[in-house]
Design a protein around this ligand. Structure first.
Ligand SMILES: *Cc1c(COP(=O)(O)O)cnc(C)c1O
Length: 397
């Protein structure tokens, strides 16, 4: 017999370091776009493990790829070649139109790799070691020391200083503020194409094109963090593809493996040929055959099932339904987002409290910075699931 929810939570708190204030929910299994807790209660999942479970749970064809790979080979290290890593890398290159991939175990590691790439690129040009990176206020890039250094959040940074040096901050969607931080030491500009954690703010076209042009002008690398907004979530495979720009470095993670821990940083042709070289970077696990078998199958399933097209269709419907909600509830200030990455900004009601109320109704949603309700469902949801979410969220309100 399974232990009670209370006992499991109590025992978890005795053994797991308390770095999260967790909701009192013990999740047990998933099916489609629903999760079930240990008491058998069903939840419609509009959180997707923080934008990870793009395919939901047990999507046809996904589990089989993992099971087959378990039976063959889990891990080899990066000292040798293997088939899944080659296939996963080729598919990521094809989907992005970029040139070379380095697989990591997480998003924060992908950001570390991107930072090292920018530093090495500049070092090869002038041999100096004082290069700077420009990052955005209210950004989120991860919790390791380099990624934290470019994360524009005082509360996250304060106890851990000194972080890596040479980071300057500018305002998102304010080109002049970026321009003001550029000098002859600048080697990279990092930003999320759609800010996630910071409150769901898409980059304006003018801003992103302007930053791209500044990077050209000064031979600076543009690093776009697509860890949350990438992999089809906004209605194109990568969010920057809608803007007609290409980064020099892109970071991926979250939905890349749709449930297995994997990330990547991807370089364009120019950067791949003039940055990291043998000996400069490495990882024991990163991109092992197991996770790459998942990545490879994820790309196949996206293509076979036209998932990006599906996101555009369901995303438009989600936007329409959320806009109706904003009209009917005074405390809903505005909707922001693209496709299946949406935020509802609240005023006078606490987002965390509504998340808890939604759980009572059998709906999982999460929060984002600045009192925002964040909706990042599996990309495979149907319009009927949007209707069900609206009904449950309305009850929670
Ligand atoms: C989640 C996230 C990260 C960090 O990824 P981890 O896998 O948690 O290290 C970095 N950047 C963005 C935009 C994210 O949403």
């Amino acid at each position: 017999m399974m232990e009670s929810r209370e006992t499991i939570i109590e025992r978890a708190e005795e053994a797991v370091l308390h770095t999260y204030n967790r909701y009192p929910l013990v999740l047990d299994r998933g099916e489609g776009v629903y999760l079930y807790d240990t008491d058998g209660k069903q939840y419609l999942d509009f959180a997707a493990g923080i934008a990870v479970q793009a395919l939901g749970y047990h999507y046809p064809g996904y589990d089989e790829a993992l099971k087959d790979q378990i039976d063959k080979l889990l891990h080899t290290s990066n000292l040798y070649y293997n088939l899944p890593v080659m296939e996963a890398a080729q598919k990521l290159v094809k989907a992005s139109g970029m040139s070379r991939v380095f697989f990591t175990n997480s998003g924060t590691e992908a950001v570390e790799g991107a930072i090292k790439t920018a530093r090495k690129y500049a070092w090869l040009k002038d041999g100096k070691t004082d290069h700077e990176i420009i990052a955005m206020n209210h950004s989120f890039h991860g919790r390791s020391m380099g990624a934290l250094a470019v994360t524009g959040n005082e509360a996250y940074q304060a106890p851990f200083r000194p972080l890596i040096g040479g980071i300057r901050f500018a305002d998102f969607n304010d080109l002049d503020s970026v321009r003001a931080q550029i000098n002859d030491r600048t080697c990279g500009i990092i930003l999320e194409t759609v800010q996630g954690e910071g409150g769901i703010y898409p980059a304006s076209e003018e801003f992103l094109k302007g930053v791209r042009a500044l990077c050209e002008e000064h031979d600076i690398l543009l690093i776009l963090d697509e860890i949350q907004c990438g992999m089809g979530r906004t209605g194109s495979m990568f969010a920057w593809q809608e803007y007609g720009v290409m980064p020099n470095v892109m970071t991926c993670a979250k939905a890349l493996g749709s449930g297995v821990p994997v990330g990547a940083f991807v370089l364009d042709e120019k950067t791949a040929g003039a940055s990291l070289a043998p000996g400069d970077h490495g990882t024991t696990y990163g991109g092992n055959p197991f996770v790459c078998a998942a990545v490879s199958r994820v790309f196949d399933l996206f293509e076979e099932n036209n998932l990006v097209e599906h996101v555009r269709e369901v995303g438009a419907y989600l936007e329409q339904r959320l806009d109706e909600l904003v009209k009917s509830f005074e405390f809903l200030e505005e909707r922001r987002g693209k496709g299946l990455m949406q935020g509802l900004a609240l005023q006078g009601r606490d987002a965390g409290e509504i998340v808890a109320k939604a759980q009572e109704q059998g709906l999982l949603v999460i929060t984002a910075g600045g009192n925002v309700l964040r909706l990042v469902p599996p990309l495979v949801i149907e319009k009927a699931h949007v209707d069900e979410m609206i009904e449950k969220l309305t009850a929670a309100f």
